[in-house]
Ligand binder design. Structure first.
Ligand code: PMT
Length: 222
């Protein structure tokens, strides 16, 4: 490890997009590449943590020393996280999870017939909120992808879901955030905040984990 700041600490992370099936050959997804979450997994392992990564479908290789559970849908990610979370000291939700899924996953390919096709969606479980609501929960860090008033909406999510920390990114600019190598984060916790300026995701992941390690240790001492 580069630093032992997280030596022996068990870190559970989610990364990447989810895929919500419409039929055997079609799905809905989003622009997440998994790069931010994989950079966090790599950095946590370098800091000495035992890392479990629950990953949606991405085109990245798993960092050395990281245990990866591959999933596709939100429901699968939810199930994997709820199983693994019992062992976790820190949970970081970096995945771009679909808020809704098609009500029907058709067993056969949907045929082209009508001029108009209407889809009905139902709400997916909120993995981060469920982790945060556990009676014996890990130090819980959420992400927030916002296109306006980043710090304001992120603080609302921090308080509503009772998170320990939230890392908010402005995903309105195309040079950072989703599916690029760069990102910037506004990190918020109950009594403070920090700006992590735009840089490559690997440097940013290290800076975020330094903050997480510091606050996790402070919590332990109380
Ligand atoms: O993967 P990259 O291309 O590197 O891009 C990185 C990123 C932009 C995807 C990442 O930095 C990021 O912002 N991830 C969170 C994206 C997101 O879904 O944000 P949100 O504001 O919709 O969700 C808020 C939080 O709730 C997130 O921690 C999310 O993981 C969690 N969530 C959301 C919905 C849901 N059903 N379950 C959840 O756990």
């Amino acid at each position: 490890p580069v630093s032992g700041k997280l030596a022996g600490v068990k870190v559970l992370l989610t990364a990447g997009p989810t895929r919500e099936a419409l039929d055997p050959v079609r799905y809905l997804t989003n622009q997440s590449s998994g790069k931010m979450g994989y950079a966090l997994a790599h950095a946590a392992a370098r800091m000495g943590a035992q890392v479990t990564l629950v990953s949606g479908p991405v085109a990245l290789s798993v960092p050395v020393g990281v245990n990866c559970i591959e999933v596709e849908s939100c429901q699968q990610m939810h199930e994997a996280v709820m199983t693994e979370v019992e062992n976790a000291d820190i949970f970081i939700g970096c995945a771009a999870v679909a808020d809704y899924r098609p009500e029907q996953n058709e067993p056969q390919k949907i045929k082209k017939s009508k001029d108009k096709l209407t889809l009905t969606f139902i709400k997916n479980p909120d993995i981060l909120a469920e982790v945060a609501a556990l009676p014996k929960r890990p130090f819980t860090v959420g992400f927030a992808a916002e296109t306006q008033d980043v710090a304001h909406y992120a603080r609302q999510k921090l308080e509503k879901k009772r998170l320990d920390m939230i890392a908010a990114n402005d995903v309105s600019a195309s040079d950072r955030g989703f599916n690029t190598n760069l990102n910037a984060l506004t990190v918020l916790w109950q009594n403070g905040e920090a700006e992590l300026p735009c840089t490559d995701k690997s440097t940013l992941a290290q800076a975020l984990l330094d903050l997480i390690a510091q606050h996790y240790k402070n919590n332990q001492n109380h």
